[in-house]
Design a protein around this ligand. Structure first.
Ligand SMILES: [Zn+2]
Length: 280
């Protein structure tokens, strides 16, 4: 029996090979056709997969904004909130506290506070990102009244407060600073520009149209908010942030801005930016 199969195979060897080849080609074609129409889908439709951003479950997304700043910031707070919410991407739910100088980090909120100490810093701001994704779960902005609300300081003009607050709002919602130095061709024109000085600051009260269109793109998707549970890491972050333990210096940019990152464990991280007074 096995002998007759062997001799049949010997006679029909070419035919068998042709059939085998046809089966392989057909299988391969089927596989290719299946996978070209069933490509793996990205987990999120965001075009800015790596850029930090709050988790929008609708457009505009709602962001709780706690106000713990001194009274001198009332106008600037309105201006900054309007600048960014005019994009149609964010809606601020401003929660007045009546108390200044409470600079804690709260879950699922942006806390805005002021402090008053001539310690060399114009502002400090922070956001916390959840494990393995770009989503911001908490943020805080602290501005220094010792310079920005002190009539003896060159930073006391309302234009300075508007500029720095607009910039802080942008950064804690995922926008980058613009570090390109102004030259004959390029002028500074957005609050995200870090080269504001006492002469130009009046022109830097708002984000420019380029920044707004980037912001709109950043929030132009819906994230499933099922995993936005309040993080136990916010408490850890808050204690480090209040002791000014910002972690490793990751960027020391011109314009006096320094960026730090602190690993909070389990994939959570705290990102801080501070602005020096002496740089201006
Ligand atoms: Zn997202």
């Amino acid at each position: 029996m096995s002998k007759s199969i062997a001799s049949w195979f010997k006679k029909n060897r070419v035919n068998v090979l042709v059939i085998l080849l046809a089966v392989i080609v057909a299988g391969g074609l089927g596989w290719w056709r299946y996978y070209s129409s069933h490509q793996p889908q990205p987990l999120s439709s965001s075009a800015h997969e790596d850029q930090p951003h709050w988790r929008p479950s609708q457009i505009p997304f709602n962001l709780n904004l706690l106000n713990h700043a001194s009274k001198s910031w009332a106008k600037s707070l309105t201006v900054a909130a309007k600048s960014w919410s005019n994009s149609g991407s964010v809606n601020f739910n401003i929660i007045p506290s009546g108390q200044a100088e409470i600079c804690d980090v709260y879950p699922e909120s942006m806390n805005f506070c002021s402090w008053n100490e001539a310690d060399g810093w114009l502002y400090q701001m922070v956001y916390i990102q959840g494990p393995g994704d770009p989503h911001i779960i908490s943020s805080a902005i602290a501005v220094n009244d010792a310079y920005l609300s002190n009539s003896e300081s060159e930073y006391s003009a309302p234009a300075w407060r508007n500029y720095l607050l607009c910039q802080s709002f942008g950064w804690t919602m995922g926008m980058s600073f613009d570090f390109d130095a102004p030259d004959g061709i390029r002028a500074v024109e957005s609050c995200m520009d870090v080269y504001g000085d006492s002469k130009t600051v009046a022109n830097l009260q708002n984000p420019d149209t380029e920044d707004i269109s980037e912001f709109v793109k950043l929030y132009d998707h819906n994230d499933d908010d099922s995993s936005s549970a309040i993080s136990y890491k916010v408490k850890t972050a808050n204690s480090l942030w209040k002791q000014k333990k910002f972690g490793n210096l990751v960027q020391n940019e011109q314009g006096g801005i320094m960026k730090y990152e602190q690993d909070l464990g389990d994939g959570y991280k705290m990102v801080t930016a501070v602005q020096q007074v002496s740089a201006k």
